[in-house]
Design a binder for this molecule. Structure first.
Ligand SMILES: Cc1cc2nc3c(=O)[nH]c(=O)nc-3n(C[C@H](O)[C@H](O)[C@H](O)COP(=O)(O)OP(=O)(O)OC[C@H]3O[C@@H](n4cnc5c(N)ncnc54)[C@H](O)[C@@H]3O)c2cc1C
Length: 305
């Protein structure tokens, strides 16, 4: 069994930032990634809001820059899926590609993924009109007509965010009442270019290379209507990748890992960073910041052990 000081699970922005800080801090650290470096950012064509990277690099370029930066500090990266993670003992254990590992501290950076709409044509239009992140992709639809689907805080506040950029926003919700905060709902009802499409679900997505229209159906009247939109934002929830740990540690009501300001979880020596934790903003900049804090605290923890 290989013995590590710190094991980082996940090679997205949080994991790579944690790797840069831990390796630079002189830790005996390894990062484990099941697919490729960069995590979710490789799914986006432009990241316009990561400070210091002007011109909106594509997701691959930003991922490659993070990977290169980690390599400058000789961060050791192992490609393979972490399984059999056991966190409760003083020494945390797991397997990757059939090899057994033990670590004094673990930083959980497995990220999250958007809940999908479940329409059969959805995947065809992802990155070609369908987006799961208004903060990330809204600016690409400046001056255009878009729709957003969902009924919670994210959907309603994203509708307001998009209304400042887009000529028209359809807010599609399957009920006639929103779960979002009343103040947000009042504001969206007062927004001139937001049209509420209530009691309705999406029954059709159409377009050639890109999405050009969404068909909605009223669940009571069964009346169908085609909305001519360039973009559709899905805000129907986000799912944390906690399969490895969900029965072992404290999660919030949404299933996200609970941490304190040091990214420490309820298990000593176990830290979490990025989209997987209970954070108010899920972006590259916050994931990197979390990773930096988690690694600094993990290095301290291992030193004091
Ligand atoms: C389409 C899209 C566009 C976006 N655009 C922007 C943008 O413009 N600006 C912005 O700031 N943010 C954007 N985001 C959000 C941003 O990508 C995330 O906030 C960020 O990637 C979170 O980083 P993370 O490291 O916490 O998690 P992730 O990026 O999700 O990375 C987690 C990593 O863990 C790995 N992993 C999971 N389980 C295991 C396991 N068992 N073993 C090994 N590895 C594992 C995964 O393969 C993945 O690489 C966008 C997101 C999406 C989906």
């Amino acid at each position: 069994m290989e013995k590590l000081g710190i094991a980082i699970i996940g090679g997205g922005p949080a994991g790579l930032a944690a790797g840069i800080y831990a390796a630079r801090g002189g830790a005996n650290v390894k990062l484990f990634e099941e697919l490729f470096p960069g995590g979710q950012i490789v799914k986006t064509h432009r990241v316009e809001n990561y400070p210091g990277f002007t011109g909106g690099p594509d997701g691959y370029a930003l991922a490659a820059a993070l990977e290169k930066h980690a390599a400058e500090f000789d961060l050791s990266v192992v490609y393979g899926s972490v399984t059999d993670l056991k966190l409760t003992a003083a020494e945390k254990t797991f397997s990757v590609n059939g090899e057994a590992y033990a670590a004094d501290a673990v930083i959980l950076c497995m990220g999250a993924g958007p809940r999908k709409l479940g329409h059969p044509d959805e995947d065809r239009f992802v990155g070609a009109g369908i987006s799961y992140c208004a903060t990330c992709d809204g600016a690409f639809y400046r001056g255009k007509e878009v729709a957003i689907v969902g009924g919670g805080d994210t959907a309603v506040s994203d509708a307001l965010y998009l209304s400042a950029l887009c000529s028209k926003v359809y807010l599609i919700h399957r009920r006639d009442q929103f779960r979002a905060a009343a103040t947000l709902v009042d504001r969206v009802k007062g927004a001139e270019n937001v049209e509420l499409v209530l009691d309705s679900t999406i029954v059709g997505l159409s377009g050639e290379d890109r999405l050009s229209a969404v068909t909605v159906e009223n669940k009571y009247t069964h009346e169908q209507r085609e909305l001519p939109v360039n973009g559709l934002f899905a805000a129907v929830g986000i799912l944390p990748r906690t399969e490895l740990v969900k029965d072992q540690m404290e999660l919030d009501e949404g299933g996200f890992i609970v941490t304190d300001k040091n990214m420490q979880t309820n298990i000593p020596g176990v830290f979490a960073a990025g989209d997987i934790r209970n954070t108010p903003l899920r972006q590259v900049v916050t994931a990197c910041a979390d990773g930096a804090v988690a690694a600094t605290k993990a290095v301290e923890y291992v030193r004091m052990k």
